[in-house]
Write a protein that binds this ligand. Structure first.
Ligand SMILES: [Fe+2]
Length: 636
């Protein structure tokens, strides 16, 4: 059974599942070299198929998702069209959405659908409404009091949130299915988690092109689900809009642009430790319906922003520093960031606690939690969920943002709709999903750069040589095997430095042309983690938790509040693990500074050519390790 997952929204991607196993994942960002690029092209589709040893003739199903109501840019793919009609093979699905008593006719805007090559999906989640959800919404307290046991017994709700279509491609008709955005987020986490059952909370940012109308949408920002064996059962919208709130505050302090709203959130999270949460008040903890009751306005962003503007003025903050890059860490910006981060954490904590209460009310004693959606990249919030909620095990996929939706859609179709058995071993998923380049391909890439670089064949001693470089305080780039999925550097496309020298904070930011104040993350041998950090799960392989740094020997990766965003490394990371072991042998420190291998505003490098080109133009990077070679610039 070959299923192709397609994500048409931002961070567009294609993935292929062969008999339930992921055989290829291609993101348009990495292939097309445009950050957060939309949809995908014929190139990514063909690459995904060829890496899976498949052709179009071998595809059994398409699983299609998008950024909620966003357009499907079908014109990018040659000989590809989607028809709103069923296919004989849809009978393999037990109970498609159109069989339910729901108004599917208005699911898709016929006018939009037929306008040129841009087609819109509509809002699938508006049509998967359970009768127990109050049309007037629910506060977090009301959500915590919900008993969803009747919902869990309702067979039909298990099969909702998808819509069958037929894909016409290269003269063939292949059955497909639209998969709702948030159920794809939920599936991308739960079906990779190895948990047999779990609570699932999805939550993301801006789901509409018209951000001013976000507050009018009933629940597009996230859902609470219960994952059980092959099923993801939607329980309750949580009505949080923290993703869009966080994004728009990052825009307000000048960390995002209208052109790239997405990247500002990570910067705001990095800025928050420079400030104090002086604007935070407990009364602002709640969801959109709490806000409506308290403030008469469901628009959380508007209420929070107005409050902060009032406080900035009343407390006489110097407003001429607002959004000024040269004053970014001054209190005007930093206190806004710290207060917003505090609000984010407190609201999300309440929803996760309410989720646990809902399941308890319903007779489910559940200790596992899956988080997904772009807000699951917020490391301090994840850490507090780990420490302060009753859930004992948490799984977050490294591609928890929209970059993982193609995987989630395909997994949902595979396991939930077709009933394929799941892998229930927690370690069955590897984040290194990119193409592995052969020795010959790497050699030919080196040849392309001629006399501009010096190549030394270090054979299988790359880890030792690289550790020597780091111990001597050289900054290196490390290119190994297939690239990692998601936005965080996990050691296969990384810039690495010695964390014991404080100067490396500034030095690596210069190499990456980033703002001087932005922090760096450490990678630590998992077996040594507890000696150097605390406050996070012992297994944190995807850099999604913020730990307290216990040692004073790591100034280059210790943020101003004494924390760091830790990746724990095991032998499953390949030679990257060996490198840290070798560094420990030389220095006694099992920790290195690890940041993504890319320049400003660029996607992480994908090919050996892109990696070598970075070295050639970067005069501050000392060496690049790629395959069995140590490369330096010729002028060095
Ligand atoms: Fe999303």
């Amino acid at each position: 059974m070959n299923i192709v997952g397609l994500h048409f929204g931002h961070d567009g991607a294609v993935c292929v599942l062969k008999n339930g196993q992921m055989s290829a994942y291609i993101s348009r960002e990495r292939e097309g070299r445009e950050k957060h690029a939309w949809a995908f092209t014929t190139n990514e589709l063909n690459l995904a198929l060829s890496r899976s040893d498949l052709t179009v003739r071998d595809i059994d199903f398409f699983a299609i998702t998008s950024t909620q109501g966003m357009a499907l840019s079908l014109g990018l793919i040659e000989n590809f069209d989607i028809k709103l009609k069923s296919h004989a093979r849809h009978s393999m699905f037990k109970n498609p959405l159109y069989d339910l008593d729901m108004n599917v006719e208005s699911l898709l805007s016929k006018d939009d659908w037929t306008k040129g090559k841009v087609k819109t999906m509509g809002w699938l989640d508006r049509y998967g409404i359970a009768s127990c959800w109050s049309p007037r919404g629910a506060t977090i307290k009301e959500i915590a009091a919900v008993n969803c046991s009747s919902l869990l017994k309702t067979e039909s709700i298990r099969y909702g949130f998808h819509y069958p279509v037929t894909v016409e491609i290269s003269g063939r008709e292949i059955p497909g299915c639209f998969i709702d955005h948030h159920v794809a987020h939920a599936a991308s986490s739960f079906f990779l988690s190895g948990f047999e059952q779990a609570a699932i909370v999805t939550h993301d940012g801006i789901g509409s092109e018209d951000v001013s109308k976000l507050h009018e949408l009933p629940y597009n920002s996230g859902m609470i689900y219960y994952g059980y064996k092959n099923y993801i059962i939607p329980l309750q919208p949580h009505y949080l809009f923290l993703g869009s709130l966080y994004t728009l505050i990052s825009l307000g302090v000048g960390l995002a642009t209208q052109r790239d709203l997405i990247s500002g959130s990570g910067k705001l999270m990095g800025l928050a430790p420079y400030g104090r949460p002086v604007f935070f008040r407990n009364e602002f903890v709640g969801n959109a319906y709490d806000y409506e009751r308290k403030f008469g306005n469901r628009d959380m962003t508007h209420v929070w922003r107005s409050h902060m503007e009032g406080m900035l003025s009343a407390l006489k903050y110097p407003m001429n520093m607002l959004a000024k890059p040269e004053h970014m860490t001054e209190s005007t910006n930093a206190d806004v960031a710290a207060s917003t981060q505090k609000l984010f954490e407190e609201c999300l904590l309440e929803v996760v606690k309410a989720t646990h209460s809902m399941l308890l009310n319903s007779g489910i004693l559940e200790g596992s939690l899956c988080l997904s959606g772009g807000t699951a990249l917020n490391c301090p919030a994840n850490t507090r969920i780990h420490k302060e909620t009753p859930f004992s095990s948490i799984f977050i996929t490294p591609a928890c943002s929209d970059d993982g939706l193609a995987i989630g859609a395909a997994a949902y179709l595979c396991h939930q709709l077709l009933g394929y058995p799941r892998q229930l071993q927690p370690e069955s998923f590897s984040p290194y999903t990119g193409k592995t380049y052969s020795d010959k391909e790497i050699f030919l890439a080196i040849q392309e750069f001629g006399s501009s670089i010096v190549a030394k064949n270090v054979g299988y001693n790359a880890a030792e040589e690289a550790a020597n470089d780091l111990a001597c305080n050289r900054v290196i780039a490390w290119f190994e095997g297939g690239s990692e999925i998601g936005p965080r550097a996990l050691g296969h496309r990384s810039i690495l430095a010695n964390p014991t020298y404080s100067e490396n904070w500034k030095r690596v930011n210069l190499i990456k042309s980033r703002e001087w104040w932005r922090p760096f993350a450490p990678s630590v041998l998992e077996e040594d983690m507890a000696d150097w950090f605390d406050g996070i799960p012992n297994h944190s392989p995807y850099m999604l938790y913020t730990a307290r740094v216990k040692s004073r020997r790591l100034p280059a990766i210790t943020h101003v509040d004494g924390t760091a965003r830790v990746q724990t490394v095991t032998p499953s990371s390949g030679r990257f693990y060996d490198l840290i072991c070798e560094f420990k042998k030389r220095t006694g420190v099992p920790v290195i500074l690890n940041t993504s291998f890319n320049g400003p505003g660029e996607p992480i490098v994908e090919t050996p050519q892109q990696a070598i080109a970075f070295l050639v133009k970067s005069t501050l990077l000392d060496a690049l390790y790629v395959g069995e070679y140590r490369l330096t610039r010729c002028s060095d």
